[in-house]
Design a protein around this ligand. Structure first.
Ligand code: 1CP
Length: 354
């Protein structure tokens, strides 16, 4: 049983940081900003540190994780750090044979297609990912009043990689398993739910100030299937970490039709991609939730005047939400000019100052 006394008590300055206040839907003196995938290929200092070190190896070296996680905080002046890791890390830790291939993403040696394939998904023990706890503790010490966001992949998104064997556009095999073999689907999702709960608790107990559940690809299914085959598992995860009192963020891409249920699953903050304006998202999600988003990451490839105009629009629409955390609608794209992200962070801070 998780015990909230196991999580370190945050300092008052951290508790009152704009990011955590916005998550709690409290008034802020400026809108907090962070960017999904803020660490990584957009930064030359990242490429230097990572040189010759494979992605999953980097995730297992706490010193490297601490450095890479801090880089965007230093450079962009964002209001939160997100742990440098990957959603596949807990699966690797229980023994799934997988790799993250540069330019491709996660690749699974033996995709799960039948009951026999499930046995690899044993429960995660905190000791399997001691390097994650060590990284989080190191970061909390360095970050002071800047919150650290821990994260995990949600069961559907993890299942998609495990069943397809790698990145997929259509998620055909995953959906076929969900629709055609509901019992096998349920068992797969239960196992992934258990792993995810252990992984999030571990990050919170090591000092993460908030957690984000990435269900990046859940937008691939219809609301009726989301409700029966995905939502119960995500809800079990949010319930299992509720007692710590840290904000819980829920994000996916192409989730316009799913936004009410993504809130219903138990998140405090719902992440919105660029397809649904935030005022409309606020109507769909309903009261009692903060929103996070939602500038199209492609905007950063346009001249500054256009970035500014569109960021202004996001901020204006975000006023309809009870709390707003400025972010992109999905991760920073490779090739993005880091200076634009610095300027965008400053612009949002200045424009929202009250
Ligand atoms: O070698 C490399 O540098 C690989 C590139 C890379 C990086 C930098 C991958 C492979 N993952 C990461 C880090 C990462 N992954 C973070 C770091 C923290 C930060 O945001 O700065 C986070 C939060 C993730 C989470 C993640 N991994 C998600 C959810 C978020 C999202 O973008 O939707 C997903 C879907 C993954 C899988 C994954 N890992 C890597 C890639 C390229 C992908 C996506 C592949 C696909 O399109 O399916």
């Amino acid at each position: 049983r998780a015990d909230s006394t196991l999580a370190p008590a945050p300092s008052e300055a951290l508790r009152q940081s704009p990011f955590l206040r916005a998550c709690r839907r409290e008034a802020v003196d400026r809108t907090p900003v962070w960017f999904m995938r803020q660490a990584g290929r957009a930064l030359p200092e990242y490429l230097r540190v990572r040189e010759g070190v494979p992605m999953l190896e980097a995730c297992r070296r706490p010193e490297m994780v601490v450095e890479i996680t801090l880089q965007p905080v230093r450079r962009y002046g964002v209001d939160a750090a997100i742990l440098f890791s990957d959603i596949m890390v807990p699966l690797l830790a229980v023994g799934v044979d997988l790799d993250i291939k540069p330019g491709v993403g996660p690749v699974i040696a033996d995709p799960i297609r039948d009951k026999g394939g499930l046995s690899v998904l044993r429960p995660l023990e905190p000791g399997d990912v001691g390097y994650v706890a060590e990284s989080v503790r190191g970061l909390v010490g360095e970050l002071g009043a800047t919150p650290l966001i821990g994260f995990a992949g949600a069961p559907f998104t993890l299942a998609s990689y495990l069943v397809e064997g790698g990145p997929s556009k259509s998620h055909d095999r995953t959906k076929a398993l969900m629709y055609g073999e509901p019992e096998l689907w349920a068992e797969l999702m239960e196992r992934l739910t258990d792993i995810t709960i252990t992984f999030l608790r571990l990050q919170i107990e090591a000092g993460a100030s908030a957690v984000q559940l990435f269900d990046s690809w859940a937008g691939a299914v219809a609301p009726v299937d989301y409700r029966t085959s995905i939502l119960p598992y995500s809800r079990r995860i949010f319930d299992a970490v509720a007692e710590y009192g840290v904000p819980r963020i829920h994000f996916g891409v192409n989730t316009g039709e799913l936004l009410p249920m993504m809130g219903e699953a138990g998140a405090d903050v719902v992440g919105v991609d660029w397809r649904v304006p935030l005022d409309e998202a606020a109507r769909r999600v309903g009261p009692g939730k903060a929103l996070q988003g939602n500038l199209d990451p492609a905007t950063l490839f346009t001249p500054w005047e256009i970035v500014e105009r569109r960021a202004r629009r996001v901020l204006a629409k975000g006023q309809a939400a009870e709390g707003h955390i400025f972010n992109l609608g999905h991760g920073v794209h490779p090739g993005t000019d880091p200076d634009k992200l610095t300027r965008l962070t400053e612009f949002v801070h200045e424009l929202s100052a009250r």
